[in-house]
Design a protein around this ligand. Structure first.
Ligand SMILES: NC(=O)c1ccc[n+]([C@@H]2O[C@H](COP(=O)([O-])OP(=O)(O)OC[C@H]3O[C@@H](n4cnc5c(N)ncnc54)[C@H](O)[C@@H]3O)[C@@H](O)[C@H]2O)c1
Length: 253
């Protein structure tokens, strides 16, 4: 292990080897965070590619396997990190999956699988870090929601429900931790240039881009910038907020 204890804050990023998660890890490392990317052990090819990509970060980014849908595994992970690296100051929940289909065709497995990752996963990680953060008087939690949680999307009753739930969860936790130096916010990406959106059929993707006022898909770096902003030490007066990063695709007040 090349990381050692120092004053720089420790950030845990779930879904950390994914399209958006990778960029969040890189940008957090750039501002001096010690970063732990957490993702499924089964993604061995992607883990290898991630390790190669982050090798130049001089040991400030490391990978730890964990399935965020497993409550006990999240507890063991947090214990392991706190013992070997340091207290977790920043938690970013970017792990997520889709199981798209219209409700009339959706089976309970497609509903429950998605909930276990996209919503239970947020509970599982937050539950294990929040006590330490409040006890130490500092914490930054950012949960990735989605524009489709704000607007609803055809074929995504499960995803839209989970992502709206993530914001409700974050507002409630923000109230519980507000006087203890811990902020909890969501970032809601619009459509981004990642494998998740590459899986959308070409004609639908073209229509989506035509509907984005900025005229392009979001880049993972656009989302990461918002996460870095909300996790800054001096972002202590922003809590319970949702920061939309969607190129103007959905505007609200
Ligand atoms: N890509 C977009 O356009 C978009 C738009 C809105 C919101 N989002 C949200 O942003 C987040 C990141 O999306 P992305 O585009 O990087 O997706 P991605 O599929 O590239 O990355 C998601 C990562 O989560 C990991 N993951 C899945 N199940 C897991 C589990 N049980 N435990 C641990 N890790 C698990 C995957 O292995 C993957 O690396 C997700 O929460 C997604 O819902 C994405």
């Amino acid at each position: 292990m090349s990381l050692s204890k120092s004053d720089s804050r420790v950030a845990l990023v779930t879904g950390g080897i994914g399209g958006i998660g990778t960029e969040i890890c890189l940008q957090l490392a750039q501002v001096g965070r010690r970063v732990i990317a957490v993702d499924l052990a089964t993604r061995s090819d992607r883990i290898e590619a991630f390790r190669e990509l982050t090798a130049t970060c001089h040991g400030t980014i490391r990978f730890e396997p964990c399935d965020v849908s497993d409550f006990k595994a999240c507890g063991s992970l947090v214990e392991h990190i706190e013992h070997h690296i340091g207290h977790i100051d920043i938690l970013v929940n970017a792990a997520g999956i889709t199981r798209d289909t219209s409700l009339r065709k959706m089976d309970p497995q497609q509903w429950h699988e998605l909930m276990r990752v996209n919503l239970d996963g947020v509970f599982n990680t937050c539950r294990h870090v929040v006590e330490g953060m409040t006890a130490r008087g500092f914490g930054r939690i950012v949960n990735l929601s989605s524009v489709n949680g704000q607007t609803g999307q055809f074929g995504q009753t499960n995803y839209s429900a989970a992502k709206a739930g993530v914001h409700g969860f974050s507002m409630a936790l923000a109230r519980e931790t507000a006087r203890k130096g811990v902020t909890v916010n969501t970032v809601s990406p619009g459509y981004c240039d990642t494998p998740m959106v590459a899986a959308v059929p070409e004609d639908i993707r073209r229509q989506i881009i035509a509907d984005i006022p900025v005229g392009r898909l979001g880049m993972p770096a656009d989302i990461a910038r918002a996460v870095v902003f909300l996790t800054a030490d001096d972002a202590d007066y922003i809590t319970g907020a949702n920061l939309p990063v969607n190129g103007g695709y959905f505007m609200s007040f």
